[in-house]
Design a binder for this molecule. Sequence first.
Ligand code: GLU
Length: 316
Amino acid sequence: MIETEQRTPDLQAILDEVYAALEPRRGEGKVADYIPQLARINPQHFGMAIVTVDGAVYTAGDAELPFSIQSISKVFTLTLALGKHGETLWNRVGREPSGSAFNSIVQLEHEGGKPRNPFINAGAITVSDLICAGHSPREVIGEILRFLRYLADDDDISIDPAVARSEAATGFRNAALANFMRAFDKLSSPVDNVLGVYFHHCAIAMSCVQLAKAGLFLANGGKQALTGRTVVSRERARRINALMLTCGHYDGSGDFAYHVGLPGKSGVGGGIMAVAPGRAALAVWSPGLNQNGNSLLGSVALEMIAQRTGWSVFGP
Ligand code: GLU
């Protein structure tokens, strides 16, 4: 018989060990500089948090410091949009890895304005459009924020207004993607409203602890771990995890699956949220990015944690 029983890992000891091993490498990678607010971040930050399905919280480094979650927000807007539209959402967005840059317009043209997946920019803009239907941008942004505060059980989560303004002031490519989809008749709400919602959810600031708590329902069969309340069905949680695994790391999604073996979503702010189904949600933050735009140290940290805990979706 194959032995699948795993000993319970000492998570605090693992985080301490990984932190000590990587701490000298803080500052590696290239901080996102497409908006000044992100370029200004101290590249030395490094934080990690693990929250288990029984509610225990383990941390190391800058785990309580809020940072710009950027594209990690796309997991939560997708969850909201699936709640409103169900599986019909997939008429508007695909479920395949893109294999091209997260903001590629070439692929969008080639595929008639239907984005490859909900995590590339065009796909996330479509998801914002789906949440917008019939509501003002202010209402929708408020709803996204309330959803995150509810999931993380933390009312301190907020939007960084300077980042949101900067996203809007420099988001020419995102505006191009949105207008392009509008030209294909693929957006229902006014382009400016949709972009306003998109830029604001990218500008949400959260700490590793808040992110791991917010993502915990994905590790726990769709239920909030502490209250037992259902956020999404078990099946939907699995499917969101499947999308994170295949599409969550831009062009580096295959590499992340290979090295870490867990579903995860990264953002250009240097954060990554990952899910160990049945066990825990994890979040790491280090602003320096690798060549695919994923946190360099964060990816290494998650690989080390996965190795040490034995957590993987690919086998015991
Ligand atoms: N707000 C960013 C953009 O659309 C998101 C970047 C990211 O984290 O992928 O350019």
